[in-house]
Design a protein around this ligand. Structure first.
Ligand code: SAM
Length: 205
């Protein structure tokens, strides 16, 4: 089986973990020419996939508040030859609306702290929810927001409570909101939230 026939199977563990599942949804939804955002670029793995999926005519905005993360991501996209389609932003994703031009096909958040980085520098409920509000406004019809959520670290559960409250408050006629977790792993294992903006032509009965 190749990655074209089975998106998500590229990673050796298949759909094990939140990141492969996010990538599965991104491959399903993002097309050449799309505008997308990586709200937490970190080591750049989500940005790299997004840059591949949007192609030469698309645009990726990648945010992080750490210079180290932006530098690592820049190195990876340049090595792939995709630097021209990625705008790296050294700023908090709570500034999304001021720095990004919609409509957006996808916005991906990988919450928490930079792996092998400073654990004190991590995403937080207030800024995440601010960014989510802006992302939801900028989404194209059928566009998606994906969140990889981690509750095991300090502050992780509080951030999840804020995100869950925001999700639960979304108007069901305008957004479909899903939570996906692996039932055969610990309750502390990371999970995924998918928020899809409903196509404007769809009128529920
Ligand atoms: C779990 S890591 C992201 C991992 C990344 N997606 C990857 O592929 O490696 C979370 C990142 O969020 C960043 N971050 C924390 N607060 C932020 C904010 N307000 N805006 C943007 N990035 C933030 C951290 O610096 C960290 O690099």
């Amino acid at each position: 089986m190749n990655s074209t026939s089975m998106p998500g199977s590229r990673e050796r563990g298949g759909l094990r973990g939140a990141v492969p599942l996010c990538h599965y949804f991104l491959r399903e939804r993002v097309r050449h020419g799309d505008r997308v955002v990586d709200a937490t670029c970190g080591n750049g793995q989500d940005t790299l996939l997004l840059a591949e999926l949007v192609g030469e005519t698309g645009r990726v905005w990648s945010f992080d508040i750490q210079e180290e993360a932006v530098a690592r991501t820049r190195e990876r996209v340049n090595a792939a030859g995709w630097g021209g389609r990625v705008e790296l932003v050294l700023a908090g994703h709570e500034n999304l609306a001021a720095l990004v031009a919609g409509p957006l096909r996808a916005v991906v958040f990988n919450l928490g702290y930079l792996p092998a980085g400073d654990r004190e520098v991590r995403t937080g409920g207030t800024t995440t929810v601010t960014a989510l509000d802006q992302a939801a406004d900028l989404l194209a019809p059928e566009g998606i927001v994906l969140l990889a959520v981690y509750t095991g670290h300090e502050g992780g559960m509080e951030e999840w409570e804020a995100v869950r409250g925001w999700c639960a408050g979304l108007e069901p006629k305008q957004f479909n909101v899903w939570q996906a977790r692996q039932l055969n792993r610990s309750a502390a294992a990371p999970f995924v939230v998918v928020v899809e903006k409903v196509a404007s032509r769809f009128t529920p009965a």
